[in-house]
Write a protein that binds this ligand. Structure first.
Ligand SMILES: [Zn+2]
Ligand SMILES: [Zn+2]
Ligand SMILES: [Zn+2]
Ligand SMILES: [Zn+2]
Length: 287
């Protein structure tokens, strides 16, 4: 691995630095400040020094008291682009910070959920791609399922469709509703296509299904964020509709995606309850 170093006097002059030099020679982890050296100039990171009982493994001199300021300055001057630079991230990181940043980078690539489309981009670019460029088709579900947070709406799909795509337009995000048929019933999951970064926002939701006066409501404080659609049966965060409440192939459900508010203890499902007058039973499941 290499990174670019530039001179402060002449910005146009840059050179290449081998990043292996900025890793501890003992544990091979990227250096963090402080960096220590022995009297002979051998280097060790702050977590290795106590493990070595402050004895340099190369020359047996004491190590862990004198810092190597020169190396610390070099480390601070590194400027490494985020691995999601090609998807629009402009963050420059110092060596060792990459993995912390990349875990929460809002530009982490997301895959288009449309079958046979190979597009990958940041969640915001994916939204634009889905909406404007390729999948703008009056028949497509994106027009029907263009929704706002906190507004409940009816989702109609066939169980065999497996996937429905919609847009949370004011958030510029895509969401999916997936159905998975199993011998004992149908699993329904709701997800948002985005990296797990908190900067994307946090959403809660409820989804309900009514048949013959019986209602199942699934309430969740966490709308799952996924970077690509998976066809594996979900292990958690799903609504299960048993066969006894299924009539034929069509599913009609009410979904409401909400801005998560940590102050609200309960997710509002009242509006839904009031509207269904002939209720025989309600099964409410929360996660
Ligand atoms: Zn080390
Ligand atoms: Zn030494
Ligand atoms: Zn980034
Ligand atoms: Zn696409």
């Amino acid at each position: 691995m290499e990174c670019v170093v530039s001179s402060t006097e002449d910005k146009s002059r840059t050179g290449i630095l081998n990043l292996d030099l900025l890793s501890c020679p003992i544990c091979v982890e990227p250096f963090t400040i402080p960096i220590f050296q022995c009297d002979n100039g051998h280097l060790a990171c702050s977590s290795c020094c106590p493990k070595l009982r402050n004895k340099c493994p190369s020359c047996a001199c004491p190590i862990g008291h004198s810092r190597c300021r020169a190396m610390e300055t070099v480390l601070e001057s590194t400027s490494i682009p985020c691995q999601n630079a090609e998807f629009g991230c402009t963050q420059k990181l110092t060596h060792g910070e990459e993995s912390t940043h990349e875990k929460t980078c809002t530009f982490s690539p997301c895959s288009c959920p449309v079958q046979d489309c190979n597009y990958t981009g940041s969640c915001k670019d994916l939204y634009v791609h889905y909406k404007n460029i390729i999948h703008q088709n009056p028949q497509s579900t994106s027009q029907r399922y263009r929704v706002r947070c906190d507004n409940s709406f009816i989702v109609k799909m066939k169980i065999s469709d497996n996937l429905l795509i919609g847009t949370l337009y004011e958030k510029r995000l895509l969401f999916t509703v997936q159905s998975f048929r199993k011998p004992y019933g149908v699993y329904v999951t709701v997800s948002c296509i985005a990296p797990s970064s908190p900067k994307v926002g946090r959403f809660s939701y409820y989804i309900s299904y009514t048949m013959d006066g019986h209602t199942i409501i699934y309430v969740s404080t966490e709308l799952k964020k996924i970077q690509r659609v998976s066809l594996h049966t979900p292990q958690e965060n799903y609504m299960l509709i048993p066969n006894s409440l299924l009539h034929g192939e069509s599913l009609e459900m009410r979904l409401c995606i909400q801005n998560f508010d940590p102050k609200k203890k309960r997710i509002k499902t009242k509006r839904y309850r009031r509207s269904s007058s002939k209720v025989k039973s309600i099964i409410e499941v929360s996660s």
